[in-house]
Design a protein around this ligand. Structure first.
Ligand SMILES: Cc1cc2nc3c(=O)[nH]c(=O)nc-3n(C[C@H](O)[C@H](O)[C@H](O)COP(=O)(O)OP(=O)(O)OC[C@H]3O[C@@H](n4cnc5c(N)ncnc54)[C@H](O)[C@@H]3O)c2cc1C
Length: 338
C-alpha cells in the first residue's frame, strides 16, 4: 500500500456521499465515481415527475458538496466492472475506458428498476428511479394533456388522460396521488376551454393490500385517502403486458392508457455480478457486520445493494437512513484499519 491509501467509492447516492464525507480531510485519497455529477434526493422524484418541483430542486452538484475537501476527487463516468483480484475498477469516461486502482473499495451503486423480465414493460413503462426518469415522465404527462385537448376522438382523449401507476408501495401511492392532483387541482384551470377533459388515475397493486410491510392501520388509511382524493385503487391486479396505449392485466382486463408508471420493484445492477460472489436475495451483496464482502475484505458494500441481517434476522431495508449509516460506518471501519 502506498503512503496515502487510495479509496474508490462507486456511487454518489446516499451511502456513497456519507462515506466520502467521513474521508474528507483524512490522510487518504478518495476517488468518488458516479454517472451523474449531481446527487439526487429520491424521496421527491415523484414531485418532479408531477410538476410540483423543478429538477434542480432535488439535485445537488457533487463538486460543490466537496469543494473544500481537497482529498476527495470526483470522476463522472459509468462503472462497468470490478476486478477484485487485480483491485481495479473499469470505468467508461467520455467514450473511453479507464482503469482505476484501489486499496479499498466502497460499492454504493444502489438499485435499478425491476421489470421482472417483461420486455413490453421495459419498452413502454416509465420507471421512477432517477432524475432522468422523472423528467421524461413529466414531459410525457404534459404532452398527453396537449394531445388530449385537441383530439376529436373521445376514446383517445380518455386514454391520454388515464394514468396507470403500478405498485402499492410508498412511491406508487405518492405518484398516483400527485398525478391526480396535478390535473384536477392545478392544470384544469389552464384547460378551461376543454371542459370535457379530466384526469383518471388508476393505481394497480398485485397483492391484496397497499403498503404491505406497514401496520394495518396505515394500510387502511392510505387506501381511504387515495380513494377520497379520486384515485381508483385496484388490488389483486397484476400487469401481464403493455403497449404504447394499453395495459393488460393477468386476469384479462385491459386499460386504455398512454401512460404506465412502473413503481413495482427494484433489483441490483448487473455490475454487481462482476465481483463474482454468491449474491443474496434480490441480487444484493452479502456483507459482514463491518460491511465487508467476506471473500474480499478490502471491498465494502453499503446501502441498497448490501445484504445484512438485523438482530431479528431480517435484511436491513432499502431506505435512506440505512444507506447513510452504512456509508459512514464503512468509511470509519476503513479508517480504523489504516
Ligand atoms: C422514487 C423513490 C422514492 C424514495 N423515497 C424514499 C423515502 O422517502 N425514504 C427513504 O428512506 N428511502 C426512499 N427511497 C429509497 C432510497 O432512495 C434508497 O434507499 C437510497 O437511495 C439508497 O442509497 P444508495 O446509496 O444505496 O443508492 P442510491 O442513492 O440509489 O445511489 C446510487 C448512486 O450510484 C450511481 N450509479 C449506479 N450505477 C452506476 C454505475 N454503473 N456507474 C456510475 N454510477 C452509478 C447512481 O447514479 C447513484 O447516484 C426512495 C427511492 C425511490 C426510487
Amino acid at each position: 500500500m502506498s503512503a496515502r491509501p487510495r479509496i474508490i467509492i462507486l456511487g454518489a447516492g446516499f451511502g456513497g456521499l456519507q462515506a466520502a464525507q467521513q474521508f474528507a480531510g483524512q490522510s487518504v485519497d478518495v476517488l468518488l465515481v458516479d454517472r451523474n455529477n449531481f446527487h439526487t434526493f429520491t424521496p421527491l422524484l415523484y414531485q418532479v415527475a408531477t410538476c410540483a418541483l423543478d429538477p434542480g430542486d432535488i439535485a445537488y452538484p457533487i463538486r460543490t458538496i466537496f469543494r473544500r475537501a481537497t482529498n476527495i476527487h470526483f470522476l463522472m463516468g459509468e462503472v462497468q466492472a470490478i476486478n477484485p483480484s487485480q483491485k481495479t475498477v473499469l470505468i467508461k469516461v467520455n467514450g473511453q475506458q479507464r482503469t482505476e486502482v484501489y486499496d479499498f473499495l466502497i460499492v454504493a451503486v444502489g438499485t435499478i428498476t425491476n421489470y421482472f423480465n417483461i420486455q413490453a414493460l421495459r419498452k413502454h413503462a416509465f420507471g421512477l428511479k432517477d432524475l432522468r426518469d422523472a423528467v421524461r415522465l413529466r414531459n410525457h404527462i404534459l404532452r398527453q394533456f396537449e394531445k388530449a385537448a385537441w383530439t376529436q376522438s373521445p376514446t383517445e382523449r380518455e386514454a391520454r388522460t388515464t394514468f396507470v401507476v403500478v405498485g402499492g408501495g410508498p412511491t406508487g401511492i405518492e405518484t398516483a396521488g400527485a398525478l391526480f392532483e396535478l390535473y384536477n387541482h392545478v392544470l384544469r384551470k389552464e384547460y378551461s376551454a376543454h371542459p370535457h377533459m379530466k384526469a383518471r388515475v388508476i393505481l394497480l397493486e398485485a397483492t391484496n393490500t397497499l403498503l404491505a410491510p406497514y401496520p394495518d392501520r396505515l394500510r387502511q388509511s392510505a387506501l381511504a385517502q387515495l380513494q377520497s382524493l379520486g384515485v381508483e385503487v385496484w388490488l389483486n391486479a397484476r400487469v401481464a403486458d403493455a403497449s404504447h396505449n394499453q395495459v393488460t392485466l393477468a386476469d384479462g382486463r385491459v386499460i386504455q392508457s398512454y401512460t404506465l408508471v412502473w413503481a413495482a420493484g427494484v433489483r441490483t445492477t448487473p455490475l454487481i455480478e462482476t465481483i463474482n460472489v454468491v449474491l443474496a436475495a434480490g441480487g444484493r451483496i452479502p456483507v459482514n457486520e463491518y460491511l465487508q464482502v467476506p471473500e474480499y475484505p478490502d471491498i465494502y458494500a453499503v446501502g441498497d445493494i448490501a445484504y445484512l441481517l438485523d438482530e431479528n434476522n431480517q435484511p436491513y431495508p432499502q431506505l435512506i437512513p440505512v444507506a447513510n449509516q452504512q456509508g459512514a460506518l464503512a468509511a470509519k471501519n476503513i479508517l480504523q484499519r489504516l
